[in-house]
Write a protein that binds this ligand. Sequence first.
Ligand SMILES: Cc1cc2nc3c(=O)[nH]c(=O)nc-3n(C[C@H](O)[C@H](O)[C@H](O)COP(=O)(O)OP(=O)(O)OC[C@H]3O[C@@H](n4cnc5c(N)ncnc54)[C@H](O)[C@@H]3O)c2cc1C
Length: 355
Amino acid sequence: MTGPLEDSYTKIQEWLKENTKRFAFKKLEREIVTSGVCVECGACVENCPADALTGDYSSGKYVPTLTGKCIACGICYANCPRTYFYRDTLLGNVRSAWKARAVDRNESAQDGGAVTAILSNMLNTGRIDAAVVVQGDPDKPWMPIAKIAGSAKEVAKSSGSIYTHAPIVQGVVQAFKEGAKKIAVVGTSCNVDAVHNMEASPSGPIKGIKGAEAIQFGLFCTKSYDYPGLTKFLADKGVDIKDVKRFAIAGGKMVVEHSAGEAEWKVGELEEFSSSSCAYCHDMNSKNADISCGNVGSDEGWTTLLLMTERGEKIFKQAVKAKVIEAEPIDEKAIRAVDNLARFKAARWYKMKAH
Ligand SMILES: Cc1cc2nc3c(=O)[nH]c(=O)nc-3n(C[C@H](O)[C@H](O)[C@H](O)COP(=O)(O)OP(=O)(O)OC[C@H]3O[C@@H](n4cnc5c(N)ncnc54)[C@H](O)[C@@H]3O)c2cc1C
């Protein structure tokens, strides 16, 4: 039978094939149905163009069930009200996506050193009075503390990633107390959201200062770790956190360079030491930031930059023009890798059982 709806399904299948990854019903079943997230609306069953799904009431509640042959067209996953599917839902308002690296890359940079290079350019050109960045506490190695950097030299001392929640708001408030009017701040989505509220909401204290700005660099983040837990995990593996020179998380592994060599573990092994608040977070790339920055989507030695606001776009263009970073647009395959990580994080909280 053909009709307008069937024609529409054919067009949707073409669109999905060209524009996104198409998920088979098995993924929907695993992520939404068996996890207890399903709202029993039947959007998957009713819209299956292959008539492969049935709403099964035998358990007393409506359960979408595969009773025919799934053609993996992706329509069920795309139309479910509980999946995170479209790019704007996953990543927010991405104006453009780039890979970038510092022309003069600092050795301790985490990836391409683009964050440090752009902040340095903003300080050198007077675009900001200070940058709020993060360093390890000199008395407690790898315990993050906020630093107010007033020069490129000071910003450079803070390159690299510390995988623990950092008190950046402390640094932001202090910077304004010390008389700064325009600042930039680096943080993961949770902490950037605090600064975003302070700058954008009617009750935000930065909004109340005429001409004040807090430009936000959001770091991609899937998890951060509690300091005592991370210290214990390493100690159990024979590594004193004081001897660690560098942490890196990429491709599902944590790699630790320390004075006696290098060690790596699957991030799953550190699960019990992750911060409890991360279980509730489904914003991988800091949707509220001006520029979102991470490594997924770029080759080693480069930073992926998502330009999220007009202000972020201008700052990025100034850094390119000043030749402090080199940058290339990333292709659709690369940005899908970012989508996938964001989708993984967004759906992860469904694993928490409400009952
Ligand atoms: C907790 C955490 C989890 C992350 N998870 C991922 C991930 O899953 N996938 C991914 O692609 N990228 C992730 N990143 C981002 C990645 O590690 C790099 O920060 C990013 O690619 C920028 O690289 P860069 O070389 O341009 O930065 P750099 O030039 O090295 O600058 C890094 C900046 O980050 C600041 N910083 C370091 N630690 C913190 C912190 N805890 N809080 C706030 N600011 C901090 C530094 O002060 C510095 O200004 C994570 C970062 C953090 C802190």
